[in-house]
Design a protein around this ligand. Sequence first.
Ligand code: GCO
Ligand code: MG
Length: 407
Amino acid sequence: MSRTDTIAAVDVIVTSPGRNYVALKITTTDGVVGWGDATLNGRELAVAAYLRDHVAPLLVGRDPARVEDTWQFLYRGAYWRRGPVTMTAIGAVDIALWDIKGKVAGQPVYQLLGGAVRDRVLSYTHATGWDVPELLDSVDAQRERGFRAVRVQTGVPGLDTVYGVTRGATGYEPAGRGAAPVVEVWDTDAYLRHAPGALAAAREHVGPDVQLLHDVHHRLTPGQAARLGRAVESVDLFWLEDVTPAENQEVLRHVRRHTTVPLAIGEVFNTIWECQQLITEQLIDFVRTCVTHAGGISHLRRIAALAEVWQIRLGPHGPSDVSPVALGASLHVGLSTPNFAIQEYMGYGPQVHEVFQHAWSYADGHLHPGDVPGVGVEVDEALAARFPYEPAYLPVARRRDGSMTDW
Ligand code: GCO
Ligand code: MG
């Protein structure tokens, strides 16, 4: 890169090839283009406006090589720190600048992060069924695709909609298109009566060699979480995810006192500071922060470094509601970070693969970021423009008595 190279243009692209994504494009005066992901499910336009109105004008003219300084500038410069919108915007810029750095150096980003510490990144995907036989079929189908780690979610008798359970052959997509969120009915007692048996059936079906995971999606009290943890200990889960809403992290102590089931938390966290207590007090086994929502490659690496001190591993969020740019960025961290354990991989619909052309690949239960310079994901802008934004929201949940609860 010539020393006079600066950021020439910053563009925000909102596209909906089956679901909404926000892509950030940073172009340098030398004509190098970097891509970032800025997708925050159900609040996409807030991040797009933050980037367009408040970040893009500040970036033009800056040195694209100064990735860390730009991170600090946007984080400290906002004064109103943290939060999903700010941190997703910073994450997108960070990923795009790493992409530029890699392209200028002619190296995949993982090489710039110190090189590979493993040959490939273990991934897990989702299996889902309304009843246990359907769930076991779904687990079999994912194993046939090569997955050695599978998240299992089942329907609950008496409930018409359950987090993580899909109807039909398409992948699970919780965000419903339309001007308002769908209201789901939730019954924790019914879930607690059913879930341990379904998880045990899955373990019995697959035998000891397959890793099984389960996501509680923030729905239990600490007491309920402790009971569930105990009830599923013999299932030998790889992790039990988001057992309680993690705003109050003290409550995890109670869960820890009663069960040794490995706990994973963090997909809704945005910075190292939300992870700090969970890590330093060893209240979790896996930290789940997402490269997009937690400040990009630079900040995910920082969280990993703190976690490493406490022998806690990274298992980043990788739903289909962050774009293939995010997955690519996460995989560069995964390939080069010693305490990276597993990458969530839900997969994408066919139109998404066309709009986001990616060097990352899946084979045999593992992912690899690819060896092209940069992050390795390019956006087909002409195609993206053919899929305009459509309002879509995550559901909300109410108990049987009509009161709101966590979705
Ligand atoms: C997961 C997550 C997702 C979230 C989704 C919300 O573990 O994959 O819980 O399924 O629900 O990302 O937008
Ligand atoms: Mg989750």
